[in-house]
Design a protein around this ligand. Structure first.
Ligand code: ADP
Ligand code: ZN
Length: 818
């Protein structure tokens, strides 16, 4: 009898491909194993066995596989079901999903480039002969392709050897190696409780004056530094200023006069110590937990709407405890950037080694390790804390998915396909396991809140901050009025300067939010009005003062800042608008003694740029942190009392149907960074338009009001959640070609969907990296079957692809273009 397998290849093919296998192979193979297979004239790929059968393909002669690469499946049947769902729903191929789903190290293929792993020292006697030949070649050559290896070993089937070398960590694939971030260890010192009153301090100084002069100096210095700066005092600073040694400080610590400590010691990397018991919940958290559990009896998805700092995380912890006690797995999803050491350590303190972290910044090897632990349902990965791609892990017995900050748009992948939304896929993934999904946010997305209102999801709310800390007081500052009355210094109103002065005097820290990086987004000639444009994209170049450069934020193009206008040659270029860099320089001018830090794409690019800035701010080495929306993501800074939003208007005026919802979420999330401990925080929002309804709603934390109004608009203008959106983008270097192609496609789609097709339209930025873009938007009303709609679009797309004149035009389909 003849045996066949259908294989998913990691390339965008419409169909699975059938290969023939031998009788013996059919006895050994099971679904979910990897096979190495020939494809086309000379390519080799790693494929996944999706089915095993005896049906000969009709159209082509099935080739034989090269080799079986696994002894047991590495992909579960549940994963295959999920891949199929994703491919169908998001209109892409299973191969594209496969590529996104598996760690790179699993996908050996003819294009793979390997190099020696210099990070580990290998005992060469551990290598078999063929492995050694390759390893040796890599000592002489920095990298090899699979074809080179085939030549060295003089055989075709080389993937198994390469795979063994990967497993032995002798080689790495296509990738750089990442290191893990370890925060700097800083020691601080303060007087112990006993000596905080003036009397006791006097007594102490007297006692020390005769016998221990050096110790007395230390105490005096400590006293004067803290009075001056009101900030934690580093041991190193104290030693330097009092001109003593750390031994003297230690003597005082030993005597119980001084106490040393670390700020946020829980940031130190988990060291395998005893776990901490989870916190006892307060009455509001307990109530919420009870409601969640009750609601889960009848609902698969619950939305937890809890204001910032209401203690949602501690509620999640209780649920996680229950699920892992049953031996099940938990997936805890967060936006990539919110996956900070802060949160990871917090969970590791409770759950120790059972927490595994899955993050794109981790090395290939670490990702493979987590993948395998999840696959084996290992005790080391009971709780996976991960960014959006962790929905692709091979769960065996998933009991709960938590999607924290569920409103975050970064859960949606834009490029490449699959263009999935991790929150929405989570719900599907959980249902495959008959597991539950908990969505959490202080500012839920309109979609999720709508689903809760419609009873599709359960809804649980916490309206109190933990410890009854008050929500910050939010004040709107009318900068039009301030300008008229000459109360502005640069981009700072007198109110903001007052509040900043006060916060600093009290020893607090400040966050300033400006949703644009660089110095100013537009540079313009005073004489002729010309403004320099990116040669590759249809945008003005942003001025970056620190590097004295003009940069394009879409393609990375940059040039030195011009001294005179390129068009008319007159010196005198003006800048318009402002970004984080400009705010940073203004703070330095207004408050020359303060330490200013900046957190945006430009300062966080390096390996640990982001972590470094967070740590510095936590350790109060920075007084004022200026930043973009990176600041909003789940950070818990204890000492921040004031948040300034420099300009609310450009967010609100962004041309997108979600601009108002997003602005509301962003402003409330940044505001939530203020006053997270006992003292009430203060937020100042500067705007030209203080009567804007969104700003009014933000100022009184009126989520319900915002929701109601936005929902009405969505209804009137036919947007989600009432209509689903499918966006089609066409791209090509040739303007006319894109233009004609989009017209053709839009016309054909309009025949099918009538007035529910919008466009084709050139977007505001219609050329990026020398590619012209044109968009078509399809609105799918409730009640119109989604599956059929997508099939119809696919058919049109197939006819489109067959037209010679449109060859080379890329068509990108984005379903639920949230
Ligand atoms: P959210 O996730 O809602 O913003 P968090 O869970 O981060 O809130 O809680 C805010 C702060 O309150 C954290 O510092 C947390 O440690 C503390 N906290 C929350 N609940 C408790 C509790 N039950 N006992 C002690 N501290 C708590
Ligand atoms: Zn550009």
């Amino acid at each position: 009898m003849l045996h066949y397998i259908d294989v998913i290849l990691p390339i965008p093919l419409e169909n699975r491909f059938t290969y023939s296998i031998t009788e013996a192979e059919s006895g050994f193979l099971s679904i979910g194993m990897r096979v190495s297979i020939p494809f086309g004239k000379s390519k080799i790929y790693t494929g996944i066995v999706a089915s095993i059968h005896q049906v000969k393909p009709l159209i082509y002669e099935a080739k034989q596989i090269h080799q079986i690469l696994d002894e047991t499946p590495i992909v579960t049947e549940m994963q295959l079901q999920l891949w199929q769902w994703i491919a169908k729903y998001y209109m892409c191929t299973e191969g594209e999903v496969m590529r996104a789903a598996l760690p790179n190290a699993f996908l050996l293929e003819s294009e793979t480039i390997i190099s020696k792993n210099n990070a580990i020292v290998l005992n060469e006697t551990d290598l078999k002969d063929d492995e050694y030949l390759i390893y040796e070649a890599l000592q002489r050559q920095s990298s090899l392709k699979i074809q080179d290896i085939a030549n060295i070993l003089d055989k075709k089937n080389v993937l198994p050897v390469v795979k063994r070398l990967v497993e032995k960590e002798a080689i790495i694939l296509n990738e750089e190696i990442y290191d893990k971030y370890k925060p700097k260890y800083v020691r601080y010192v303060k007087l112990t409780e006993d000596y905080t009153t003036p009397e006791s301090l006097n007594q102490l100084l007297e006692a020390l004056s005769s016998r221990a002069k050096k110790q007395r100096d230390v105490v005096m210095t400590l006293f004067s530094i803290s009075a001056k700066t009101k900030k934690p005092v580093k041991v190193s600073d104290l030693v330097a200023e009092s001109k003593t040694t750390s031994a003297t400080v230690k003597a005082l610590v030993d005597k119980g006069i001084l106490e040393d400590y670390h700020i946020q010691t829980d940031r130190v990397v988990y060291d395998g110590e005893e776990n901490e018991a989870s916190k006892a919940l307060n009455e509001f958290q307990t109530e919420a937990l009870q409601q969640i559990k009750t609601t889960f009896k009848t609902q698969n998805v619950v939305l937890l709407h809890g204001i910032t700092s209401s203690g949602k995380t501690e509620v999640y912890v209780k649920l996680i405890e229950e699920v892992i006690a049953k031996g099940q797995q938990v997936l805890y999803l967060l936006p990539e950037i919110a996956l900070t050491t802060q949160l990871v350590t917090r969970l590791q303190n409770y759950f120790g080694e059972q927490v595994a972290v899955f993050h794109s910044k981790y090395s290939a090897h670490e990702r493979v390790e987590v993948y395998n632990q999840v696959l084996n349902n290992s005790a080391k990965a009971k709780i996976v804390l991960g960014a959006r791609s962790s929905i692709f892990l091979p769960f065996k017995d998933l009991g709960l998915i938590i999607v924290d900050e569920e409103h975050e748009s970064s859960f949606k992948q834009f490029d490449p396909a699959p263009r999935y939304h991790a929150r929405d896929v989570s719900v599907v993934l959980a249902s495959l396991f008959k597991a539950k999904t908990l969505l959490g946010s202080a500012t839920p997305s309109i979609e999720s809140y709508f689903n809760a209102q419609e009873n599709k999801y359960g809804l649980v709310e916490i309206n109190r901050r933990y410890n009854n800390v008050q929500l910050p007081d939010i004040e709107l500052v009318d900068i039009k009025d301030k300008q008229k009355r000459k109360k502005m210094k640069g981009h700072f109103s007198d109110r903001l300067i007052e509040e900043m002065t006060e916060a600093i005097a009290d020893g607090h820290q400040i966050i300033l939010f400006q949703n644009r990086r660089g110095y100013s987004p537009i540079v313009e000639c005073n004489t002729c009005g010309h403004s320099p444009q990116c040669p590759n994209c249809d945008v003005s170049l942003t001025y970056h003062q620190f590097r004295k450069q003009l940069r394009c934020h879409y393609c990375g193009y940059n040039s030195a800042m011009l001294i005179k206008c390129m068009a008319c040659g007159t010196p005198g270029l003006d800048s318009k608008g402002f970004g984080t860099e400009q705010i940073e320089s203004e703070v330095r001018l207004l408050f020359p003694t303060l330490k200013v830090g900046r957190m945006d794409l430009d300062t966080t690019r390096g390996k640990f740029g982001y972590e470094k800035i967070i740590t510095a701010f936590e350790q109060q080495e920075i007084d004022v942190l200026v930043g973009t929306q990176m600041l909003t993501k789940g950070l818990d800074f204890r000492n921040v009392k004031l948040v300034g939003i420099m300009n609310a208007d450009n967010m609100l005026n962004f041309p997108d149907f979600r601009a108002h919802e997003r602005s509301f979420q962003l402003m409330l999330q940044v505001s939530g960074r203020a006053g997270r401990t006992n003292k009430q925080g203060k937020v100042l929002i500067q705007t030209y338009n203080p009567y804007h309804k969104i700003l009014q709603q933000v100022s009184i934390n009126d989520y319900a009001g915002m929701f109601k109004e936005q929902l009405e608009e969505r209804y009137n203008y036919k947007y989600p959640p009432y209509y689903r959106l499918i966006k089609i983008t066409l791209k090509h270097r040739d303007y006319n070609k894109v233009d004609m192609a989009a017209d053709w496609l839009a016309k054909s789609l309009t025949q099918l969907f009538k007035h529910n097709v919008l466009g084709p339209e050139f977007p505001p930025i219609s050329r990026i990296r020398n590619q012209y873009h044109k968009n078509i938007l399809i609105k799918v009303p409730q009640g119109q079957p989604l599956g059929k709609t997508k099939e119809a679009i696919k058919k049109v797309n197939t006819s489109f692809a067959a037209i010679g004149g449109f060859k080379g035009v890329r068509v990108i389909i984005n379903v639920d273009n949230y």
